[in-house]
Write a protein that binds this ligand. Structure first.
Ligand code: BG6
Length: 491
């Protein structure tokens, strides 16, 4: 039996994200029977589209980017739930008109509303204020939720002020701040792997872990996003959000339940424990880079100092992790596209087998490949046949694609949209998390953008970043493991 109607209003409906990710993900959820019934999707945008033209435009997106492109019959049915509303984000009257339209379609029993802000961050403030003043966001006749895309703030102050603006209209429980990394299956698997198995957690600490390395390498350059990117740089674009999210999942204490508050409390605890740098430490623990040719990209300011690569060494000052370096690196125009977490374990206290040299270079190592070859690998020493007691390092591997042949890994946005419709905020960022993450990177941004000494070093496109990033690890006797090294499974 059909329940109360639900409407998703997508602000920024004619933007790239809507047709590349949101509508394909919603269509996939519809095909899997996971959407509320009845559901309406209203695209709010400035362009002069009819409903039919907008549906056609979205259909092209599903064809080009969706996992279920071939399902034309189902698309015909699904697309009837999509309509278009021409409006301007900064015009309060347009929200009042939208409210009327929604009320007309919801009928006297009211309905639930999910507002999805897929818009340029400079409009977040006005969109939220207008949702408030028009009464659209008021809890009458159904729940109201708002999904806010990244970037949430440009620095700590702007994030705090945006949080205040949001809380003027919505309670924190109604707010779903997106980090699409949390929608990835393999990122959620970090929790299952750690807390659904008995054997790893007892060694997941400073007694047994030597260092942790988190890499998110991309082959793409900034391309046509240069205008945005040059104002942001890698620290805002990848470190403040995605990389710190991954770090919290690796380092957090086991929550007692999977509910949103429990999980997010433990993640924020990790951020609070990250050691704050002095200016000298900052320089010692950071390498920034810029790929050669960046300054020629269309939209990049002449002589721009914006970094496209960052490698950082962080410490989590608590009982579990004291003294264990967490290395984070990410960059554009690198040699390979790969996101991976490597946990390097300490060496055996005494080595009595020949080939120990190899063990020296290749200690026990657990690597979680988050993309593109999703899986988990455990490296250990084994005896070489017929060579006395010589040993060598080998890999035990799990690959999602061979282990789950008939189950495609869903798009991150599927999970996130479904959760926001079901009211589960565990995979969304809470206000205190976002502010804490800004607090961690703020000094780095000040150094990089102010008169500080932190300036990006040049690296070749298609390389693994500036050589200085290797020095960051060798200072403590480490080296990069996993992608881009001898033990690389990707190339
Ligand atoms: C986005 C960044 O948040 O994440 C992009 O703005 C980056 O610059 C992208 O390319 C990476 O996402 P993924 O899912 O391809 O690792």
């Amino acid at each position: 039996m059909a329940g109360q109607p639900t409407t998703i209003v997508i602000f920024g409906a004619t933007g790239d994200l809507t047709r590349r990710k949101l509508i394909p993900a919603l269509f996939q959820l519809a095909c899997k029977g996971r959407l509320p019934d009845p559901l309406r999707i209203v695209g709010f945008g400035r362009r002069d589209y009819s409903d039919d033209r907008f549906r056609e435009f979205m259909g092209e997106g599903v064809q080009e980017f969706g996992q279920f492109a071939g399902r034309t019959g189902e698309w015909d049915t699904f697309s009837r739930s999509i309509s278009y509303f021409k409006g301007d984000l900064e015009t309060p009257d347009d929200y009042v008109r939208l409210k009327q339209t929604l009320e007309d379609s919801e009928g006297s029993g009211g309905g639930h509303r999910l507002f999805y802000l897929s818009i340029s961050p400079r409009y977040f403030g006005s969109a939220i204020a207008n949702l408030g003043s028009s009464g659209l966001g008021r809890d009458e006749g159904g729940w109201r939720r708002v999904v806010i895309e990244k970037p949430f703030g440009h620095d700590l102050e702007s994030a705090q002020s945006l949080n205040r603006a949001v809380h003027n209209v919505f309670d924190e429980e109604q707010v779903y701040r997106i980090d699409h990394y949390l929608g990835k299956e393999t990122v959620q698997n970090i929790l299952v792997f750690r807390f659904g198995n008995r054997i790893f957690e007892p060694i997941w600490n400073r007694e047994h872990v030597d260092n942790v390395q988190i890499t998110a390498a991309e082959t793409v350059s900034v391309g046509d996003r240069a205008g945005y990117y040059d104002q942001s740089g890698v620290v805002r674009d990848m470190v403040q959000n995605h990389l710190l999210q991954l770090l919290t999942m690796v380092a957090m204490e086991p929550p007692s339940t999977m509910d949103a508050e429990s999980l997010r409390n433990h993640k924020v605890d990790v951020l609070r424990a990250i050691r704050r740098w002095t200016p000298e430490e900052r320089a010692l623990n950071t390498t920034l880079g810029q790929y050669r040719g960046y300054q020629d990209e269309n939209g990049v300011a002449p002589g721009s100092d914006t970094p496209t690569y960052a490698a950082l060494r962080l410490f989590v000052d608590n009982w579990r992790w004291q003294g264990v370096p967490f290395y984070l690196r990410t960059g554009k125009s690198m040699a390979d596209k790969a996101t991976e977490i490597v946990v390097q374990f300490r060496r055996p206290p005494h080595m009595m087998f020949s080939g120990a040299q190899d063990q020296e270079n290749s200690p026990n190592m657990l690597s979680m490949s988050l993309q593109p070859d999703e899986g988990v690998h455990l490296k250990f020493g084994v005896k070489v046949p017929d060579q006395g007691m010589a040993m060598v390092s080998k890999d035990m591997s799990f690959h999602y694609d061979s282990a789950f042949k008939d189950q495609a890994i869903p798009e991150a946005y599927e999970r996130l949209l479904q959760d926001s419709l079901e009211g589960d905020a565990s995979l969304f960022i809470r206000s205190d998390h976002i502010e804490e993450a800004w607090r961690i990177v703020a000094p780095l941004l000040e150094d990089q953008e102010g008169p500080g000494t932190l300036r990006p070093q040049s690296y070749e496109p298609g390389s693994w970043g500036p050589a200085a990033a290797d020095g960051l690890l060798s200072q403590l006797g480490h080296k990069w493991l996993g992608v881009g090294t001898d033990g690389d499974r990707h190339g």
